[in-house]
Design a binder for this molecule. Structure first.
Ligand code: FAD
Length: 476
């Protein structure tokens, strides 16, 4: 009887443990993807992630077809659809790589129970993480709550070597598939995805190309340059990792190879590896603290009085706060579905601290607009910035968007690109246009309050207001 391989957050053929095991079983294979946004507690994907998923599935389908097979697409609650599909295919076994969110784990348990009751064998594997969350623990067996000791412990543990995509496998007759176009994952009127199409190539091939570009270009010097949004200094692998088009194992193997070949320094490699371990840490948190996206990790924040300034929030979303670095970031997000990490921190801090806005509102906007919107990284990072998270930034860290701009975008190149109405200003004023003399503004074609907004809040006042309010819940 055939084996069914259920693809989820692992849209790849290379280094896919579930696929490898199914192939090794000697059975004929049926490959399946289910779109399930109806099972209890499952968070529906945001708009940008739906666009990515659509493109990624199209790429995976093409890869499977090139090997003579077919990716079967079905939509609905996994608990109903998967057992039905297994029945249609006459499957004797089902293979998948694990997921780590509580609703997904509950769904998988229920599916497994129902399959096993029908006499179908189920096997699950660790595919997306370097370490299964329950394998990294403190001396006393508790989950880590602080990154550095987590990293030290985890990085000392063995990691498997990545495998290649199977060159061929035996195909079982595929049950009927739904059509990807009928799922309407991509926007139609209005079509806001033009910038996304330009910026990205979803799919396994695109992931490989991004990694190769990074190793050729950004990796050498990464440790020093990764905070610079004005340079192509980071890997841009995040959406590929999010959808499992590449495993972290594969990325590690490639950077280690570059190190051995003398193409990058140990410092650059170490920095990159530690960033990927932040992703591991977020998943570790999500697994052990499943309401990471809903509840303050630190309960003392439950008493925080958010002001939720909706006028500021609207300006923030549309990149019109009057702070050029924040606005450039929010427009990069809207146009390309991605934002540089340094700017994510500054933009998130601005919404939370300058607008006294509940971090969950910002997390939600990022969830909808990021192509890499990640169930673990997104809430963990927002909580980190808010100060409510594990190993969080201290409450009194209020990023100064002007100083951050001058430090990390010193020539104003990033701002000029995403806020073109300020492009005519010189570097020393581009992060503080309100201080520019009238004749210089005129010469640059900037009319504050018309072509570009004045700052929506005064930084010093907003900072003080935030400190006062955060002070109230300090509790020490
Ligand atoms: P690189 O610097 O090349 O890093 C390589 C990989 O390491 C990344 O692809 C990512 O998987 C991981 N990584 C890097 N930095 C971090 C980090 N700080 N935390 C966790 N993992 C990291 N990342 C997401 O993948 N999805 C999200 O939804 C997300 N939301 C965020 C929200 C906020 C408010 C902040 C401050 C950060 C968020 N991040 C998120 C983390 C980080 O900004 C992105 O992973 C990074 O910018 C992706 O770019 P890159 O692939 O070029 O990173």
């Amino acid at each position: 009887r055939p084996a069914l391989v259920w693809f989820r957050d692992d849209l790849r053929l290379a280094d896919n443990p579930a696929l490898d095991a199914a192939q090794a079983s000697g059975r004929r294979l049926v490959l399946v993807f289910l779109l399930d946004d109806v099972s209890a507690g499952v968070r529906p994907l945001g708009g940008a992630a739906r666009w990515w998923l659509s493109r990624s599935l199209a790429a995976l389908s093409a890869e499977v077809e090139a090997k003579g097979g077919q990716l079967v697409l079905r939509r609905g609650a996994a608990g109903d659809v998967l057992p039905r599909l297994a029945h249609e295919a006459g499957a004797g076994a089902v293979y998948w790589n694990r997921r780590y969110g509580a609703p997904e784990i509950a769904t998988d348990r229920a599916v497994k129970a129902s399959l096993v009751a029908r006499g179908i064998k189920v096997e699950s594997f660790g595919g997306s993480l370097l370490h299964e969350p329950w394998t990294v623990a403190t001396q006393s067996g508790a989950p880590f709550r602080v990154f550095t000791p987590f990293y030290r412990r985890a990085a000392g543990q063995a990691v498997r070597s990545p495998t290649r995509a199977p060159s061929a496998w035996r195909h079982a007759p595929a049950p009927e598939s739904e059509r990807l176009e009928d799922w309407a994952l991509e926007p139609t009127g209005p079509d806001w995805a033009g910038g996304l199409r330009q910026a990205w190539t979803p799919g396994e091939e695109g992931a490989r190309a991004a990694l190769a570009d990074f190793i050729d270009g950004g990796l050498d010097g990464y440790a020093g340059a990764r905070d610079r949004p004005d340079q192509p200094s980071t890997s841009r692998l995040s959406p590929h990792l999010r959808f499992g088009e590449m495993s972290p194992h594969r990325a590690f193997a490639a950077v280690r190879h570059a190190e051995a070949a003398g193409d990058a320094s140990a410092r650059d490699i170490e920095k990159f590896v530690s960033e990927v371990y932040w992703r591991e840490f977020s998943y570790h948190l999500l697994f052990h603290f499943p309401d990471l996206a809903q509840a303050n990790f630190s309960p003392r924040f439950d008493a925080f009085e958010w002001a939720n300034d909706t006028v500021l929030e609207r300006a923030w979303r549309s990149g019109r706060t009057g702070y050029p670095l924040v606005d450039a970031g929010m427009r990069q997000l809207w146009q390309t579905g991605w934002m540089h990490n340094r700017v994510r921190m500054v933009a998130a801090s601005f919404l939370i601290k300058h607008g006294l806005t509940d971090w969950r509102r910002g997390e939600d906007w990022f969830w909808d607009t990021l192509v890499d919107a990640d169930p673990a990284n997104n809430p963990a990072s927002w909580q980190w910035v808010a100060g409510s998270g594990a190993d969080a930034a201290p409450y009194f860290r209020v990023f100064n968007p002007v100083a951050q701009g001058e430090k990390f975008d010193p020539e104003g190149t990033y701002v000029r690109h995403f806020v073109p109405e300020l492009a005519g200003l010189p570097a020393k004023l581009i992060h503080r246009p309100w201080e520019a003399p009238a004749d210089l503004l005129r010469h640059a074609g900037v009319v504050l309050g018309e072509t570009y907004p004045r700052p929506i809040v005064d930084h010093a006042q907003a900072r003080q207001r935030a400190l006062d309010r955060f002070q109230r819940i300090r509790g020490d």
